[in-house]
Design a protein around this ligand. Structure first.
Ligand SMILES: *[C@@H]1O[C@H](CO)[C@@H](O)[C@H](O)[C@H]1NC(C)=O
Ligand SMILES: *[C@@H]1O[C@H](CO)[C@@H](O)[C@H](O)[C@H]1NC(C)=O
Ligand SMILES: *[C@@H]1O[C@H](CO)[C@@H](O)[C@H](O)[C@H]1NC(C)=O
Ligand SMILES: *[C@@H]1O[C@H](CO)[C@@H](O)[C@H](O)[C@H]1NC(C)=O
Ligand SMILES: *[C@@H]1O[C@H](CO)[C@@H](O)[C@H](O)[C@H]1NC(C)=O
Length: 498
């Protein structure tokens, strides 16, 4: 595996995630291969469904351990199964050694979707059995919604699963207390996912020892303190969103050169985006929305030419005027969300040259001047919010663009925005929709009109070309949405580590 994703690999990720997400996760079993020689297992994927070699048996101690683990999650039925590696249930994976003895390499629990057939847990009384430490070959542990009504800390004995454990996923389990520092002993970890628990305390600095991490998701907890100065050489995904993190964003994160996704949204981070982030050449998604960042964008990030989504909504950003060339280098940008970021001055014309753009939100700022005329060249644009600014002059869109965006074009509450009589703008409007702006040079200035937002009534009759272009827009927003869901990437990473 390369240390970073090439464009082809990115396409693969997206394709893979698409296949996963419709529905959320289709049924598939995680099978891991023996990538190192630490456990001396025979290579090649094996599952309970494939193993029928005569005489092959599960190692007795591991078999007892699996019974314990199954009992601890309310799955007592498993103890009736004479050989767990041949027990034919999804959620257990085994591999043989050269003596044809089977070892447990993966255990998964929880109803992730209607299609996954992992054993479920009794959420009122389940716990993680200490017998898990009797599985010396275990590489993947996956518990989803298992302990929700029996709140418990993550047991520190999981730290003893080094060096075999590679993927530790404990999602939406209701785990309480701090993240145990013993997790930092799992030096082979590639995926650490503790999304949506109730962890408090700070992020252990010792996690920095996990040099092989590809995905770190601690989102949706109650973590406090500041973000440690991590530098993970092969990390692709860093999701710390929806916590209570404070302080500034550490510049050392730029020493995670393989990052494709950074999500720190909904915390209390202050200061600025580090200048060093300009070096994150693989970055596709950066979401820092709803923090307290108070400084303008550093010049260096203008060269992030892989970036497809920049989301900074809801940060005060220090009364910035956007430079003429502000977004010049962001050639891949599809989604730009800068709502309520205290922007002043004109919209830079350079934005109109980023022809990949699908979604632009600049609403709730103090932007003045007119909408750059080259915005009409943004053929992929499907969503534009410029409402609640001080923009003036004619809107540069004709019928077709207005048709395409329909109610996703928001222009209301601008001091002097208007449309030219012969532009076709009005023809493009849905007759039930008030765009919030009036005719240029009309005796009644638009700002004096009562601007009302009608509730969306879809199903207006649209020309078929418009439907096709909105499909393209939809597809682009799906990519961004998928990237926003770490679980899809986690599955991808576990999958490719086979
Ligand atoms: C594992 O691989 C290393 C070199 O890659 C080798 O020196 C060592 O003997 C191997 N161990 C076993 C148990 O095969
Ligand atoms: C973790 O590693 C440290 C040394 O790095 C050791 O002292 C400690 O006992 C280990 N803890 C576990 C749970 O393995
Ligand atoms: C975490 O929460 C528990 C109660 O749920 C509390 O007793 C403990 O002091 C908290 N720890 C920190 C570091 O905030
Ligand atoms: C637009 O805003 C900038 C920055 O606030 C200000 O300096 C400039 O005078 C404004 N221009 C107009 C025409 O209002
Ligand atoms: C209009 O937009 C400004 C921001 O430019 C905002 O402060 C104001 O509340 C908005 N007015 C209405 C009626 O929403």
């Amino acid at each position: 595996m390369a240390t970073c994703f090439s464009p082809q690999a990115q396409t693969l990720i997206v394709a893979f995630m698409m296949s996963l997400l419709l529905p959320l996760t289709t049924s598939f079993t995680v099978i891991v291969s023996d990538s190192g020689n630490q456990s001396a297992l025979v290579d090649g994927p094996q599952s309970g469904f494939m193993m029928n070699k005569n005489g092959a048996r599960t190692e007795a101690r591991e078999q007892e351990a699996v019974y314990d683990i199954m009992r601890a999650t309310g799955n007592d039925w498993a103890t009736d199964i004479p050989d767990v590696c041949r027990g034919r249930w999804h959620g257990i994976e085994c591999m043989p050694d050269k003596d044809n003895v089977y070892h447990v390499v993966s255990l998964s629990f929880g109803a992730l979707s209607d299609d996954t057939a992992f054993p479920t847990c009794d959420p009122t009384k389940s716990y993680i059995s200490k017998s898990i430490t009797k599985l010396p070959h275990i590489r993947t542990l996956f518990f989803y919604r298992c302990f929700s009504y029996n709140p418990q800390p993550i047991p520190s004995f999981l730290g003893q699963l080094a060096p075999s454990l590679q993927n530790l996923v404990l999602r939406e389990n209701g785990h309480v207390g701090p993240i145990p520092t013993e997790i930092s002993n799992l030096t082979s970890l590639k995926v650490l996912d503790l999304h949506k628990n109730n962890h408090n305390g700070s992020i252990p600095v010792s996690l920095g020892r996990l040099a092989g991490l590809r995905s770190l998701d601690l989102s949706g907890n109650k973590l406090t303190g500041s973000i440690p100065g991590f530098s993970f050489p092969v990390l692709n995904v860093l999701d710390l969103s929806q916590n209570l993190l404070m302080g500034s964003i550490p510049p050392t994160l730029a020493f995670c050169p393989s990052l494709i996704k950074i999500d720190f949204s909904r915390n209390r981070l202050s200061g600025s985006i580090p200048e060093s982030f300009g070096g994150l050449k693989e970055l596709i998604l950066m979401d820092l929305s709803y923090n307290r960042l108070s400084k303008p964008l550093p010049i260096s990030i203008r060269s992030l030419n892989s970036l497809e989504a920049l989301i900074l909504k809801g940060n005060p950003m220090g009364a910035t005027t956007l430079a003429r060339e502000e977004f010049d280098g962001m050639k891949s940008l599809m989604t730009l969300i800068l709502s309520n970021t205290n922007l002043h001055g004109p919209i830079p014309e350079s934005l109109g040259r980023l022809t990949s753009l699908r979604v632009i939100h600049l609403d709730g700022n103090h932007l003045n001047g007119s909408i750059p005329t080259n915005f009409k060249d943004l053929k992929n644009l499907g969503e534009l919010r410029l409402n609640d600014n001080q923009l003036t002059g004619p809107v540069p869109f004709g019928r077709e663009m207005v048709w395409k965006m329909r109610r996703k074009l928001k222009l209301h509450n601008n001091t002097g925005l208007c449309y030219d009589a012969n532009s076709g703008f009005e023809d493009g409007l849905d007759s039930t929709f008030d765009s919030g702006i009036g005719l240029c040079n009309s005796p009644e200035p638009s700002s004096a009109r009562t601007v009302q937002h009608l509730s969306a009534i879809d199903g207006a009759i649209m020309p078929s070309t418009t439907k096709e272009s909105s499909a393209a827009v939809h597809e682009a927003s799906v990519i961004v949405r998928l990237l926003q869901q770490t679980i899809a990437i986690v599955f991808f990473l576990i999958f490719i580590s086979r």
